[in-house]
Design a protein around this ligand. Structure first.
Ligand code: AMP
Ligand code: MG
Length: 418
């Protein structure tokens, strides 16, 4: 059984909306890993969270070897040397040279005993059975040393790090065929609202296609998760309650959008309140004020607002860190880049942190300039599409002048490529 430690205490009741910093600290500091471990073939582990530190079992490379095609010898060379061996990559023989001898060698071939340097074939003069190498080669030139990439027994990859393509190369270079990783987080995703319609269906007045679910599935898939798509739930309190109660038994996370405020028609949060506990709600941010977080039994509830922009931003800011920690990953805040504003804003409300849809352009002086999507509406998917990142504006800020430095968070820092 996987140990499950969720938040059992309710640390927020009434009062002011919760700040972004506080919310993030709770999600990353008080949630813990819920996933078990599994040992998989190397190729199946790409993108997973590593479950244990990995040490190099031996030197990489294992032996000194040639970095170029040419002639190997012990530096310094004086005069022509007899060529006494020919060593190609993959040659398993043990060769050795006497002082003053050389061997023909090819890239990747193990250097013979007694040699320490390789001269590039283009620079060598071959006459009969001898070779002359250029003067001025230093000992070790064009040779790769055993262990120069990774020394035996050094810890190279750390538990809770994400396996990237270059890590695949490293693990393979250690000769590892199987790797212990974290199992995926089991995430159930649903949309809520009587107005929502499945794409492909005939639309009528008063309806909108469910755009959040396709987006949230794609966002969730940027992390190691196993997704259950629960489709659209209508605004029916009994049905929602029964569904959430059932789904919570077999999932680590329930991720919803819509029905997130605390009104008569906000059935999702009302159901969570009846079935479990909500730990936080009402955020001092824009968009995403009605984001909430809680649990039903051992299942984490992450309730996103229905507006697509708010759902998107809240996923990046809160769901991503939560899924990381629950999945056994170590969460790192994306890097913020200070960039000159190419716009002005005179009427930001103080007291809440705002995340504007932005993009970068190279300015006249060669430095990047941030542009802000002109329209603010949190239903506008076009702004999300035009954007390449978020502009983060602090609680205290009320105005931004053209040229002021603003904080830019590229979407790539949230795992969204392209
Ligand atoms: P709610 O959070 O349920 O009050 O919804 C806020 C707004 O978001 C309403 O205009 C909804 O129609 C819209 N909305 C809710 N869920 C979705 C969804 N899955 N796809 C697109 N729009 C949605
Ligand atoms: Mg609704």
């Amino acid at each position: 059984m996987t140990p499950r430690k969720l938040l059992s205490d309710c640390f927020r009741t009434e009062g002011d909306p919760m700040s972004h910093g506080e919310c993030l600290a709770i999600l990353t500091g008080r949630l813990s890993t819920v996933t078990g471990t599994e040992e998989l073939p190397l190729a199946a582990t790409s993108g997973r969270w590593l479950a244990a530190d990995i040490m190099a079992p031996r030197n990489v490379p294992l032996h000194d070897n040639a970095a170029v095609d040419g002639y190997t010898f012990a530096a310094p060379a004086s005069g022509p040397m007899p060529v006494v061996a020919r060593i190609a990559a993959g040659d398993l023989g043990r060769h050795s040279l006497e002082p003053g001898q050389a061997a023909r060698i090819f890239t990747g071939a193990a250097m013979p005993e007694g040699a320490d340097t390789v001269a590039m074939q283009e620079d060598c003069t071959v006459e009969g059975d001898t070779v002359s190498v250029p003067s001025g080669l230093r000992r070790g030139d064009n040779a790769r040393r055993a262990g120069e990439d990774v020394a035996a027994d050094s810890t190279v990859l750390h538990a809770a790090s994400r396996l990237r393509p270059q890590d695949m190369a490293a693990l393979a270079s250690f000769g590892l065929a199987r790797v212990k990783v974290r199992a995926p987080v089991r995430v159930a995703i649903l949309s809520n609202g009587d107005e929502l319609l499945e794409p492909g269906a005939e639309i009528s007045q008063g309806q909108v296609y469910d755009s959040n679910r396709a987006m949230l599935r794609a966002l969730t898939a940027t992390l190691p998760c196993e997704i259950t798509d629960l489709g659209i739930l209508p605004d029916n309190a009994a049905l929602i309650e029964a569904t959430l109660a059932e789904v919570a038994k077999s999932h680590d996370v329930i991720l919803t959008s819509g029905g997130a405020s605390h009104g008569d028609e906000d059935h999702i949060v009302n159901a969570v309140d009846r079935l479990g506990t909500r730990h936080l709600w009402q955020m001092a941010i824009k968009p995403g004020r009605s984001m909430s977080f809680g649990q039903i039994g051992d299942c984490v509830f992450l309730g996103l607002p229905g507006n697509p922009v708010a759902a998107f931003v809240c996923f990046l800011l809160y769901v991503r860190p939560a899924l990381t920690v629950l999945g056994g990953g170590s969460y790192r805040e994306p890097v913020r880049f200070p960039v000159a504003a190419g716009f002005e804003v005179r009427d930001k409300k103080p007291g809440r942190r705002e995340f504007w849809r932005g993009s970068l352009e190279t300015g006249a002086d060669g430095r990047p300039v941030a542009h802000k999507f002109a329209r603010d509406g949190s239903g506008l998917i076009s702004g999300l599409r035009e954007a390449t990142g978020l502009i983060e504006v602090t609680e205290a800020t009320t105005t931004v002048e053209r040229g002021d430095l603003v904080s830019f968070l590229p979407f790539t820092g949230f795992g969204i490529d392209g």
